[in-house]
Write a protein that binds this ligand. Structure first.
Ligand code: URA
Length: 183
């Protein structure tokens, strides 16, 4: 099911991002993951390799995952758009809409207990179009039996090191939540 969706994504031409991609990036991880991380869209490294979060933001994500006692093999990592927006701009609403069925299909196939939108575009797409990261990060929201825990995008602390403690704290909360929730 998940692999069928990935195959479709790799040959997708539903929006203009298809024209500029080297590789689509469907996502990677456990097909039965309890937790799914959803970023914004592939960057240059991701586009080259066809894998999510393998550039500098991925390095931060790996550190945070390790600290939460999680490995990439245990979780599923994807993005709201599966092809790289040019110059790493935010994905446009029509690109997010064009890609939405893929994300919904992945979530339905995995059926996770917890979803972590990473950063504002993913949080506004999945939770609330008006959400402010400063207000919602690290908090829990239940929708249709799934717990959503929005977290700052790992790249945010590369631009603004002052955000790192908030990210670290949110991953600590996530760790505690997973320990309580998933035992
Ligand atoms: N940033 C994202 O939002 N997603 C990736 O896959 C890589 C960087």
């Amino acid at each position: 099911m998940l692999e069928a969706i990935a195959e479709e994504i790799r040959s997708c031409t539903r929006c203009a991002l298809a024209e500029g991609r080297t590789n689509a990036v469907p996502g990677a991880g456990a097909t039965d993951a309890d937790i799914v991380f959803i970023g914004e869209g592939p960057g240059v490294q991701e586009d080259r390799q066809g894998l999510p979060f393998v550039g500098p933001a991925g390095k931060v994500l790996d550190e945070l995952l390790e600290q939460a006692g999680l490995s990439r093999a245990q979780v599923f990592i994807t993005n709201i758009v599966k092809c790289r927006p040019p110059g790493n701009r935010d994905p446009l609403p029509e690109e997010i809409r064009a890609c939405r069925d893929y994300l919904d299909g992945q979530i339905a196939a995995i059926n996770p207990q917890v979803i972590c939108p990473l950063g504002r575009p993913a949080t506004q797409t999945l939770l609330d179009p008006k959400a402010s990261m400063g207000k919602v990060h690290g908090r829990r929201f239940e929708r249709d039996g799934i717990l959503y825990v929005p977290i700052y995008h790992p790249a945010a602390c590369l631009h603004n090191p002052n955000l790192r403690p908030a990210l670290v704290e949110d991953f600590e909360k996530l760790k505690a939540l997973l320990e309580r929730h998933l035992q």
